[in-house]
Design a protein around this ligand. Structure first.
Ligand code: AMP
Length: 399
């Protein structure tokens, strides 16, 4: 069975064609700058050279047509005919409480999705545009939606998702913690349980998805019991350009002081804060680490804020879980920043964590990075959200 995984952003479309017989990636690529000048499709067929296709790409329908042309291209393609694609799995950022699990897409599902647009105004409408585009270009091929929120919303208890505001307002406007990166947290928790050699039902794991966006999740017996992101992916630890947890009064104070206009606040908190805002250097941790090594104090403090934030969540979740078997690091920073893992784990001595610095001296590989004496094991577990989406898609189609 071959599954196409599609992840649509407002001006981009990422895809992977996966052969589920051996879970290998046959081709992957990115359509960038949809609806903007200089649109381009970069297509990487497995075992062949990467190729770029440039043309005007006004919308997602044209983008998906180009992807299909690339997949069946006689020089750069990997399948002879579109009929070889058995299903399409779509990533969906915030399904609210309507979608506690992955679903087969039909007209009713699309109508329900449209009610979730305010929950992720940049992402959700783009996902539906991608779904409609695929339906147009390959009618009759089953499509499944996999929600970043499902892993959290399906099991997180009310005490973890309820905000301390008037419940009537919260209910009316669906204000609660939804979390994000759920597909990644679930995938990484499952893999970590395998590495522990235990059924996931018998494990207590803290998954740290640390990338440009970062979130931390407490997973008890395979179920999410708490997560650091909130109503939106702005909450939690300091991120590339997002502020993370903040006293809500900072927002009203800056507005009343005239420092940031109300209409600019969303951009200020989401795009100009985090590593970028605090360091004044970059949103990319590699650049921040470099600047810190050269003595930049703002860069140094942004890193300290990040490490400390992650440590505080791990400490809190150790209590929430009533014990921890393993901490898993994943995503761009979690898999690649030797320094971040070292500094975070070094601060967890009180929990009995003992890092193995030599083992930690690596990037992007699945590995145990604590000593045999460590009371809690820590692992690097590379995430694979596309494969997780493809697995869900296949399981639902096979039902
Ligand atoms: P992601 O959003 O998962 O792609 O992660 C992006 C983040 O990972 C960026 O902040 C990168 O700076 C960071 N990253 C990737 N490689 C490294 C590395 N070798 N060292 C430190 N940070 C890295």
């Amino acid at each position: 069975m071959k599954i196409l995984v599609v992840n649509c952003g407002s001006s981009s479309l990422k895809y992977q064609l996966i052969d589920m017989d051996d879970e290998s990636v046959m081709a992957k690529g990115l359509v960038d700058r949809i609806g903007i000048d200089d649109s381009v499709l970069t297509h990487s067929p497995s075992g062949k050279d990467k190729v770029e296709f440039r043309q005007d790409i006004p919308d997602h329908t044209v983008a998906i047509k180009m992807v299909f042309d690339a997949l069946t291209d006689k020089n750069h393609g990997v399948i002879a005919d579109l009929n070889e694609i058995n299903g399409v799995g779509h990533r969906y950022v915030n399904g609210g409480v309507l979608f506690p699990e992955s679903v087969l897409i039909d007209d009713k599902v699309i109508a329900d999705m449209e009610t979730t647009f305010p929950m992720a105004p940049l992402h959700n409408p783009a996902h539906v545009a991608g779904i409609r585009a695929c339906a147009k270009v390959m009618p009759g091929v089953p499509m499944v939606s996999v929600f970043d929120t499902s892993f959290h919303t399906s099991t997180m208890p009310a005490k973890a998702y309820t905000y301390g505001i008037d419940y009537k307002v919260a209910e009316k406007y669906s204000v609660r913690r939804y979390g994000a990166h759920g597909t990644s947290h679930k995938f990484v928790a499952q893999r970590t349980a395998e590495l522990l050699g235990k059924p996931i039902e018998e494990t207590k794991i803290i998954t740290c998805h640390l990338g440009n966006g970062s979130s931390i999740t407490a997973v008890d017996g395979g179920k999410c019991i708490d997560t650091s992101m909130g109503l939106t992916p702005l909450a939690g630890v300091l991120m590339g350009t997002r502020c993370g947890d903040i006293d809500a009064s900072v927002v009203t104070y800056l507005q009343t002081q005239g420092a940031v206009k109300p209409e600019d606040m969303e951009t200020f908190l989401n795009k100009k804060s985090g590593f970028l805002g605090v360091s004044g250097v970059s949103s990319d941790l590699r650049n921040v680490e470099e600047a810190a090594a050269e003595g930049n104090e703002h860069a140094k403090i942004s890193m300290e804020v990040f490490y400390y934030g992650v440590q505080k969540y791990i400490g809190a979740y150790a209590v929430a879980l009533g014990g921890v078997d393993a901490i898993a690091f994943t995503a761009g920073i979690g898999e690649n920043s030797i320094l971040a893992r070292e500094r975070i784990l070094e601060g967890l001595g009180v929990l009995g964590v003992e890092i193995d610095k030599e083992a930690n001296n690596c990037r992007g590989v699945e590995k145990l990075i604590t000593t045999p004496n460590s009371k809690i094991k820590a692992f690097i577990v590379p995430t694979n959200e596309e494969l997780a989406i493809a697995r869900d898609t296949m399981a639902i189609i096979n039902k």
